[in-house]
Design a protein around this ligand. Sequence first.
Ligand SMILES: Nc1ncnc2c1ncn2[C@@H]1O[C@H](COP(=O)(O)OP(=O)(O)OP(=O)(O)O)[C@@H](O)[C@H]1O
Ligand SMILES: [Mg+2]
Length: 251
Amino acid sequence: MEILKVENLTKVYNSYKGAKEVTALGGINLIIRQGEFVGIMGPSGSGKTTLLNILSGIDKSTSGQVSISNRDISKMKKDELALFRRKNIGYIFQDFNLLDSLTLKENIGLPLVLDKKNPKEIENRVDELMNFFNIGDLKKKCPYHILGGQKQRVAAARALINDPEIIFADEPTGNLDSKSANNIMGTISKMNEEINSTVLMVTHDPFAASFCKRIIFIKDGKIVMEITSEGDRKKFFDKILEVQSVIGGEN
Ligand SMILES: Nc1ncnc2c1ncn2[C@@H]1O[C@H](COP(=O)(O)OP(=O)(O)OP(=O)(O)O)[C@@H](O)[C@H]1O
Ligand SMILES: [Mg+2]
């Protein structure tokens, strides 16, 4: 089943103070199916963040279509899109974006509170996810009382709370040491493998990317290559390094 379908997507940033227009995306076509775990890689300035922002409805394209579960988000009005995003999209931010004055339980349940769901229902769903991610004993704690690795699991639980069609992650290992990077990637893999979540992740980190099952490389706003894992993470890691050495993007 197709979850995400991107057709002929372009993004041109307008000239600003005499600077030239920038074509950040030059015609992207992409299909992501239910249960896939896909990475987007490419050199700095290749258009990764621009692409992710348009797919997740944060930014508008210049032309082309983006459909999530057969609904074209490029045609939605602002309010409709905001509601659609809240109900159908999960997002894991680089710095996790947890609210410091709320307990972990409140942080995770927040999207459902905004949706005016029944409190008992919210409570059950939050409990279920906290247990799934082994943070069930931290319910009443606040973000500043917990460790980085636990924060990531809270962020993952919050991304899953609304049973999203797809989860987007932008450089989830960005500011992390290798142990934390390993933890967050393990958590995202667990979501993908055990809950069958569909995940699209942007990264320039080959270690993080090696957890994906398929990787799409973009350069100058175009897809230039695609590789698929055969299940051996070490081998896939080597393959990623090899492609990077050809198309760039090691930084
Ligand atoms: N708001 C903007 N206005 C003008 N140009 C922009 C804007 N945002 C991005 N760009 C340009 O669009 C191109 C793609 O940028 P983007 O941030 O998507 O790349 P990226 O692959 O995410 O890079 P990085 O790996 O450094 O994060 C670059 O040439 C960038 O300078
Ligand atoms: Mg970027």
